[in-house]
Each structure stands twice: as structure tokens, then as C-alpha cells.
Design a protein around this ligand. Structure first.
Ligand SMILES: CC(C)(COP(=O)(O)OP(=O)(O)OC[C@H]1O[C@@H](n2cnc3c(N)ncnc32)[C@H](O)[C@@H]1OP(=O)(O)O)[C@@H](O)C(=O)NCCC(=O)NCCS
Length: 236
């Protein structure tokens, strides 16, 4: 119990220092449902670890009723987890969450429905997951990563990266903009279709030039198209 109290104090201090919306420690203690859910989880996890599975599960459902946040008591969560706003957050049974992680409302740390055993994600320290993002499967999101609102992440993410999109792809890594040169890296059928169309257009342009009696090399693309096809290293 003394340990829980010191964790509560630490959580309140953390939010007071980092959330510009927080006006006082008392407000944070009383009004932040995300913290209440984490404090419930600490008790539920203790019950779970002492093989009081039903009690842990039942209390986690009470916490869900009160906060709108569902944290499975079997999940392993580090210190100073901040669930901002909170409603709709789900953290699955085999998730592992490092220290100083921030989750916004509607985040799911879930399974893909195909796996057994460790089937939920691992978030390393200092990760921020934007609202509505879904992190699915037994994947690792490396430390200091930021996942954009609404993203769906299905693959490991190397540390110090920013990921956006469905399916998620890296847009920044180690502070530098990432440009995808191979659309297959994005694993998005639409990007493959676009790449196929671009290749076909290139072939047709060359053929038209030939039929017109010019040399095979085609004219440069318009400036806008040139930018899209060459200048942007796009991980679509
Ligand atoms: C992903 C995120 C961290 C990136 O922030 P950033 O480093 O400042 O990046 P930028 O805003 O410069 O965006 C970089 C590119 O990613 C795109 N992008 C940013 N966020 C995106 C998202 N969630 N989904 C899809 N694309 C996104 C931008 O359009 C931009 O594309 P462009 O360069 O082709 O124009 C931020 O946009 C985000 O989603 N944060 C989550 C915040 C949140 O959930 N808040 C809830 C508060 S209640």
C-alpha cells in the first residue's frame, strides 16, 4: 500500500508537470480518469499476480465502468503511464508498457485475433500514441516513438520514429523525414496499384514519343508530377 501511494503521488506530479491543462494537484487527483484507471490497474495486477484472477478481472470491469478505460490485469505497465482523456482505451492481457508512456483516448493495444500466447504489443519507454490509434499484435514500438492519431500499426517500429497512416508507416526516424522508395514496404495494395500505373504511364509515354518519331526518351514530367514521382521519398 505505501508503494501504491508513492506511485499515485508520482503520477500526479508527472501530470501536473506535463499537462498544460492541469491547474492543481487536487484537480489532477480528482478529475483525471486516466490516472484512476491506472491506480485501479495497480491493485488488479497485484490480485492477478496472487492468482486472484476473477477478483482482478471483476475489479478491472468496475474500473472500466467508472473510467471508460479497460486495462487487463495481466498487462505489465511501467511507471508514470498517462492516459489523457482516456475514454475507449483498451490494453490487452499480454501488453507490456514501459515508463513515461502517453496514450490518448481510443487507443487499442490489441491482438490481431490470429495469435496465441504473447499476442499484444510492447511499448518501450517514452512512447506517445495518438488518439484512436490501434497497435495490433505481438510487435514492439521502440522507445521515444510517436504514433499519429488514427494510425493502425501492425509491424515493429524502430526507436525514435514517428508513424502515421493505415497501415502505419514511418514518416520521421531519428529526427529526419523518411521517404519510402519501395511502395511494397508500405504493404498497402493501393500504393502497389499506383506504382504499377506509374510504370505503365512511363511505358506508354515512351511508346507515344517513338510513334511520333522522336527519340525514345520521353519529355520530362510536369513540375508537379516530377515532384510526386521523384522528389518525395514517399512511404505511401
Ligand atoms: C503524428 C504526429 C505526432 C506528427 O506530428 P509532427 O511531427 O508535428 O508532424 P507534422 O504535423 O509535421 O506531419 C508530418 C506529416 O505527417 C502527416 N500526418 C501527421 N499526423 C498524421 C496522422 N495522424 N495521420 C496521417 N498523417 C499524419 C502530415 O499531414 C504531414 O504530411 P506531409 O508532410 O505530407 O504534409 C501528430 O500529427 C499526431 O497525430 N499526434 C497525435 C496527437 C493526438 O492524438 N492528440 C489528441 C489530443 S486529445
Amino acid at each position: 500500500m505505501p508503494h501504491l501511494l508513492s506511485l499515485i503521488r508520482e503520477d500526479v506530479t508527472n501530470v501536473t508537470e506535463h499537462d498544460p491543462a492541469a491547474k492543481s494537484r487536487l484537480e489532477v487527483f480528482l478529475c483525471y480518469a486516466g490516472l484512476h484507471a491506472v491506480w485501479f490497474y495497480r491493485v488488479n495486477h497485484w490480485l492477478w499476480n496472487h492468482r486472484l484472477f476473477l477478483a482482478g478481472r471483476w475489479l478491472s470491469q468496475v474500473a472500466r465502468l467508472l473510467t471508460g478505460i479497460e486495462i487487463h490485469p495481466g498487462a505489465k505497465i511501467g511507471r508514470r503511464l498517462f492516459i489523457d482523456h482516456g475514454m475507449g482505451v483498451v490494453i490487452g492481457e499480454t501488453s507490456i508498457v514501459g515508463d513515461d508512456v502517453t496514450l490518448y483516448q481510443g487507443v487499442t493495444l490489441g491482438g490481431t485475433g490470429k495469435e496465441h500466447g504473447k499476442r499484444h504489443p510492447t511499448l518501450e519507454d517514452n512512447v506517445v500514441i495518438g488518439s484512436g490509434a490501434k497497435i495490433l499484435g505481438n510487435i514492439i514500438v521502440g522507445k521515444n516513438c510517436r504514433i499519429g492519431a488514427g494510425s493502425v500499426v501492425l509491424r515493429n517500429v524502430p526507436e525514435n520514429s514517428t508513424v502515421v497512416g493505415v497501415p502505419g508507416h514511418i514518416i520521421f526516424r531519428e529526427g529526419k523525414r523518411v521517404v519510402i522508395t519501395d511502395p511494397k514496404q508500405i504493404n498497402d495494395p493501393l500504393s502497389e496499384a499506383l506504382a504499377a500505373v506509374a510504370t505503365e504511364v512511363e511505358k506508354l509515354r515512351a511508346r507515344v514519343r517513338k510513334l511520333e518519331g522522336f527519340e525514345e526518351k520521353s519529355e520530362p514530367f510536369s513540375a508537379a508530377l516530377q515532384h510526386i514521382m521523384e522528389d518525395i521519398d514517399y512511404q505511401i
